[in-house]
Design a protein around this ligand. Structure first.
Ligand SMILES: [Zn+2]
Length: 633
C-alpha cells in the first residue's frame, strides 16, 4: 500500500492528526518519511519523526520492523552493496537522566559479574553528530547501509573532502557533516535541512557548485569519531554533574549535534557487555531533543500565581514523554485558552526538553472553552491585561498571599521547612506576612498544630536564615517586586545601597544602565508597596553581604569600569571568582555578545559563534591572561 500524495501532505501539515490515522496508514507514513530521510530529502524534521510518528508507531505496533532493525538506505545509490570492514551498529538512546541511570545500573551489574570496581571506570562523552554516517578504511569510504553492507562512496574524497582536524584517512567510523555556522550563512537558502545538503555531497550525479565550494572551504568534512573532542570522567562525576556535562559537550563542536554519546573505555568491561543486534551495550546516547506528543485535554483549571496572574493548567490523558508520565501541563497565559481553543476535548502539542517541565506548545484541534470570570481563590472579578487574565486583589487574595510568602523563602534559599504545605498551614492560622513568621516562637508553632520536633526545626531554620550570610540583592529579590528579579536587584544595588533605594526617583533608576523608564516606574511603585514590610524584616538583622558600589566606592575608576564583558570557554581560574572580581571593579558581565559588548574574554574550547559575533561587532578579544593582566591580577 502506498499513501496518496495528498494524504502525506495533510499529515505533514497536521491537518490530519495521529488519532485519525489507521495503524496501516501510520506505518506507511513512517516508512515513507524514513525512506525520504535516507534519500537525503526529509519530508519532516528528525524530531517529529522520532517523537511523534515513530513514538506512536511504537505504541500501536511495537513489533513493526521499522522499530527493530538498522534500516537499509533506500534509493539514491545504484552501486552494489559491499560488506563493511566492521559491523556498524546504531546507538541506544536515552531521553532522561532516569534512563541514563538504568544504563549505569546495567554497567554496575556487569562490573560485579567480572569483579571490576565501578568507581575506577572511566566514561567518555562526545557530541552525537547529526550527519551522514560512513566508514573509512583508508582506501574506501562506505555508507552505513544496513549496518553490515553499505555502498562505496569514496568519490566524496575524490571530490576533495577533508578529514576533520586535517587528520589521516582510515580512522574507521564517523560522519559527513557541515559546519553549522557555514550552513546558516551560505547554504540554508538552498537546502532545507543540513541533511539534504550532506546527501547531495555523496550522490553520483555531478556536484552542485555550492557543495563543491563547501568542500573547498573545508566546511563540509568527514569527522571520524576518534577525532571528536571529549569529556572524560568517573561515574560519580557524571552523576553529580550530569546537566553541566551535557551542556558542555553539546557546545564542543560547530556541527549539528543531537545529543551526547556516553561510553565506557575499559576494554574488559566493553567485551563483557558486548552488543545485541542493534547496538553496543557499553554505549548510550543522551538525546536532548525536544520530546513532543499530541495529547487530549481532559480538563482546564485556572491557577492563581503570586502576582495575580491566572494560568491555565490542563489535565491530560496520561502520556509518556521523555521517560515520564505526564498528566498535566501549564499554559503560559489565558490568551492561549481564548485564542486557540484550549478546552475540554481539545488536542494539544506538548513539548518537553530534557529535564524541563512539559509545556503546551500549541492547540492542534480546538474545543469550546470556559473562561473563568472570578478568581478561584478569592472570588474577585478577573481582568484582562493583554493576553493575561489577572486577579487584581493583590492584598487579600489567599493564593497570592501564600504564593508571595512561599516565594520569599524560596529565593532566600538558606533554610528548609517553609515549603508550600507549611505556609498554607500558617495562612490558616492568620499569618499573612513574612514579618509575622519571624515573631513566632516554638509554642506558637505547636499551638498551630505542628509537631514538637517540626516546631523546633522551624525555629532553628528561621534563626539560620538570619545568621547565615546572604547577598543583599538576594534578600531584596525575595520580596518578589515586579521587575525586581535577582539580576535587576544586583544591578540596582551596585549604584545605590540597600538603605537608599526606597528614596529613589524614577529618573535616578532609569539613569542606571539596564533599566528602561517603564521598568524604573514599576520599581518605584513596587518598592513603595513593600517599604513597610521591608523595614520590619530588615530589623531582624539578616546577615547581609553588601554589594560593592561600582562608582561611589572607588574614587579612582578602573579603566574597565563600566565596560561590558562576556566570558566564554573554559577558564584556568574559577569563573565564579573571575565574575566576582570583575563586578567589584564595576565591570558588567553579560552572557551573550551584542553590539553593546566591549570585550570578549576567551578561555579554552570556545564556540565559533561567539568569536564570529565578536568579529562582526568589532570588539576586542582578550585571552584570559591578557584580561587578568589588565585588571592587575
Ligand atoms: Zn484572587
Amino acid at each position: 500500500m502506498s499513501l496518496s500524495q495528498d494524504l502525506v501532505q495533510s499529515i505533514i501539515r497536521q491537518d490530519i492528526l495521529l488519532n485519525d490515522l489507521s495503524d496501516q496508514e501510520l506505518a506507511e507514513f513512517c516508512q515513507q518519511a524514513n525512506a525520504a530521510y535516507r534519500d537525503g530529502n526529509p519530508i519532516i524534521s528528525d524530531q517529529d519523526y522520532d517523537f511523534i510518528y515513530l513514538a506512536e508507531l511504537n505504541k500501536r505496533l511495537p513489533q513493526h520492523p521499522l522499530l527493530h532493525s538498522v534500516e537499509p538506505e533506500g534509493q539514491g545509490f545504484s552501486d552494489e552493496k559491499v560488506l563493511l570492514p566492521e559491523i556498524m551498529l546504531s546507538t541506544d538512546k536515552a531521553y532522561s537522566w532516569a534512563e541514563i541511570g538504568k544504563w549505569i545500573e546495567r554497567v554496575e551489574k556487569a562490573c560485579i559479574e567480572i569483579g571490576i570496581d565501578i568507581t575506577t571506570l572511566s566514561i567518555k562523552a562526545t557530541p552525537k553528530l547529526d550527519g551522514f554516517a560512513g566508514y573509512d578504511d583508508g582506501q574506501h569510504l562506505y555508507t552505513r547501509g544496513d549496518g553490515k553492507k553499505g555502498s562505496d562512496i569514496t568519490r566524496v574524497f575524490d571530490r576533495g573532502l577533508q578529514v576533520f582536524n586535517l587528520s589521516d584517512r582510515g580512522q574507521g567510523a564517523g560522519e559527513i557533516v557541515v559546519k553549522k555556522s557555514y550552513f546558516e550563512q551560505y547554504l540554508s537558502s538552498d537546502f532545507e535541512y543540513p541533511r539534504n545538503f550532506q546527501a547531495s555531497l555523496i550522490k553520483e550525479k555531478s556536484l552542485d557548485e555550492k557543495a563543491q565550494q563547501a568542500i573547498n572551504d573545508q566546511a563540509a568534512l568527514f569527522v571520524p569519531f576518534a577525532q571528536l573532542p571529549v569529556w572524560q570522567g568517573s561515574i560519580v562525576e557524571l552523576t553529580k554533574n550530569f546537566e553541566n556535562i551535557v551542556t558542555e559537550v553539546l557546545s564542543l563542536v560547530d556541527f549539528d549535534v543531537d545529543g551526547v554519546v556516553f561510553e565506557l573505555t575499559d576494554p574488559t568491561i566493553k567485551q563483557h557487555m558486548g552488543a545485541n543486534r542493534k547496538f553496543h551495550r557499553w554505549q548510550i546516547a543522551f538525546k536532548e531533543n525536544k520530546d513532543k506528543a499530541q495529547v487530549r485535554v481532559l480538563g482546564v483549571m485556572p491557577q492563581v500565581g503570586r502576582t495575580g496572574k491566572i494560568t491555565p493548567v490542563a489535565e491530560l490523558e496520561p502520556t509518556q514523554l521523555s521517560g515520564a508520565t505526564i498528566v498535566r501541563a501549564t499554559g503560559h497565559h489565558y490568551g492561549l485558552v481564548k485564542d486557540q481553543g484550549l478546552g475540554v476535548g481539545s488536542i494539544i502539542e506538548l513539548t518537553r526538553s530534557g529535564l524541563v517541565i512539559p509545556k503546551i506548545n500549541k492547540v492542534l484541534k480546538p474545543a469550546p472553552v470556559q473562561i473563568p470570570d472570578q478568581c478561584p481563590s478569592c472570588g474577585e472579578l478577573l481582568t484582562w491585561e493583554s493576553d493575561f487574565l489577572m486577579c487584581l486583589n493583590h492584598v487579600n487574595c489567599p493564593a497570592q498571599v501564600i504564593g508571595k510568602m512561599e516565594y520569599f523563602f524560596k529565593i532566600l534559599a538558606n533554610n528548609d521547612g517553609f515549603g508550600i504545605a507549611t505556609i498554607k498551614k500558617l495562612y490558616d492560622h492568620d499569618i499573612r506576612k513574612i514579618s509575622q513568621i519571624y515573631t513566632l516562637n516554638q509554642s506558637d508553632f505547636i499551638n498551630m498544630g505542628f509537631g514538637d520536633k517540626t516546631s523546633a526545626n522551624l525555629i532553628t531554620q528561621l534563626q539560620r536564615s538570619t545568621t547565615e550570610q546572604i547577598e543583599d540583592w538576594r534578600f531584596l529579590a525575595a520580596f518578589g517586586v515586579n521587575r525586581m528579579g535577582t539580576g535587576n536587584c544586583e544591578n540596582l544595588l551596585r549604584s545605590y545601597t540597600i538603605k537608599d533605594i526606597f528614596t529613589l526617583e524614577k529618573t535616578q533608576i532609569a539613569d542606571i544602565d539596564g533599566f528602561a523608564e517603564l521598568t524604573a516606574a514599576l520599581i518605584v511603585d513596587g518598592l513603595a508597596n513593600i517599604r513597610e514590610e521591608f523595614g520590619r524584616l530588615f530589623h531582624y538583622q539578616f546577615n547581609l553581604e553588601l554589594t560593592q558600589l561600582s562608582i561611589n566606592a572607588n574614587s579612582v575608576l578602573h579603566e574597565l569600569s563600566g565596560k561590558k564583558i562576556v566570558f566564554t570557554g573554559k577558564m584556568q581560574g574559577s569563573r565564579e571568582v573571575m565574575k566576582k572580581n570583575a563586578k567589584n571593579l564595576g565591570i558588567q558581565i553579560a552572557s551573550s555578545v551584542t553590539g553593546k559588548t566591549d570585550y570578549l574574554v576567551v578561555g579554552d574550547k570556545v564556540g565559533q559563534k561567539k568569536i564570529q559575533a565578536a568579529e562582526k561587532f568589532g570588539l576586542t578579544i582578550l585571552s584570559e591572561q591578557d584580561y587578568l593582566a589588565m585588571i592587575g591580577e
